[in-house]
Design a protein around this ligand. Structure first.
Ligand code: ATP
Length: 352
């Protein structure tokens, strides 16, 4: 069941939580809403669920306009961060609760609950109580409960937010596999980039009630639509420079920027990710920034090197492979030359 959101706006008093948001969630996909705190992710999810009413705009399920439908008529399943299970009910009773309320006969309920217990890999534990399960297992039960009535859409709001890092990682992979198995259209809210990238096949980057970009994890990471997305998606070096005549210039460094062919110079931000910076012992022909090595921190498969540009004093973060580090033999205090393999240039208020 696809979801289509068209021109949805929502105000809380004078505060605009969502500003003219439109989004398509293809049938069977798993889409993550990713953005900083307060960007409107939960509000959008609640509007899809029917728990919140939009001031303007429409929500369609498939081609049906469900904007006016109550939550219970929308056939959605929810999992929240703190969607507590009923403590006095067994796991099986918890999972079957919604079916019981809907009057599904006992036998049919039991078959469905057993099916779900298998799906969440907790078969045999149906007679336990929530207190006898780990936090991760409890969230899997919450998910089974959400799926019990075969919803058209599954909505998850920071479902693993309260769990520790190791369990979170396991549950992400588990959710990914589960989704491949059941293929129910799912929307997942998180402020954790790694989580969004690992779980979802499409990521929606939100900021201040607007959608900044929609794409696969690779698309938004490799081709960020704007400076906000670039910044938000992690560790990045930002150099302040200018653009003019098809070039972007940061002190000694010049790179081609054909998107700005005009002769009048404008301020620009030049973004380079740490693994897209090369370190050389001598200046490169294409232009490089002279910098002093502050720290070399070889952890894991990448070595993090912190440098300071000689002319601007700006801190620069570089990631090198262990092989490259050995080749260079870098140590603190060395003066080197840093050159980007790839840059993204953003010119404020300039539409390409
Ligand atoms: N019922 C409400 N009344 C007033 N303001 C609200 C209400 N619900 C949300 N807001 C405000 O709307 C903005 C967006 O909230 P929302 O919960 O959608 O953001 P979010 O991106 O999910 O953030 P978080 O990651 O912190 O949950 C916030 O500034 C929040 O304070």
């Amino acid at each position: 069941m696809s979801i289509r959101i068209q021109g949805v706006s929502k105000n809380f008093g004078s505060f605009q939580a969502l500003a003219d948001v439109s989004l398509d969630v293809p049938s069977g996909s798993l889409l993550a809403l990713l953005g900083p705190s307060g960007s409107g992710k939960t509000t959008l999810l609640r509007i899809i669920a029917g728990l919140e009413v939009a001031d303007r705009g429409t929500v369609l399920h498939h081609d049906e306009n469900i904007t006016e439908y109550e939550a219970r008529d929308r056939k959605v399943g929810f999992v929240f961060q703190h969607y507590a299970l009923f403590r006095h009910m067994t796991i099986a009773e918890n999972i079957g609760y919604g079916l019981r309320v809907r009057g599904v006969p006992k036998q049919e309920r039991q078959v469905r609950v057993d099916e779900l217990l298998k799906l969440i890999r907790l078969d045999g534990l149906g007679s336990r109580y929530p207190a006898q399960l780990s936090g991760g297992q409890r969230q899997r039960v919450a998910l089974a409960r959400a799926l019990a009535a075969r919803p058209n859409v599954l909505l998850l709001d920071e479902p693993f937010g309260a769990l520790d890092a190791k369990v979170r990682t396991e549950l992400r992979q588990w959710l990914r596999k589960l989704h491949e198995e059941i293929q129910v259209t799912s929307v997942f809210v998180t402020h954790d980039q790694e989580e969004a990238f690992e779980v979802a096949d499409h990521v929606v980057i939100m900021n201040e009630g607007r959608i900044e970009q929609v794409g696969t994890p690779a698309e938004v990471f490799e081709r960020p639509a704007n400076a906000f997305v670039m910044d938000f998606l992690g560790n990045v070096n930002v150099f302040h420079g200018r653009v003019e005549r098809g070039r972007a210039v940061v002190s000694g460094l010049t790179v081609a920027y054909p998107d700005y062919p005009h002769p009048e110079a404008r301020d620009a931000a030049v973004y380079v990710r740490p693994h897209e910076l090369e370190v050389e012992r001598s200046p490169t022909e294409a232009g490089s920034l002279a910098a002093k090595v502050l720290h070399v921190n070889p952890t894991g498969s990448r070595t993090k090197v912190e440098l300071r540009a000689l002319d601007s004093n700006q801190l620069i973060n570089v990631e090198l492979t262990p092989e490259r580090l050995t080749e260079l033999g870098l140590k603190s205090g060395d003066t080197v030359h840093v050159a980007p393999r790839r840059v993204r240039v953003f010119v404020p208020d300039y539409e390409i």
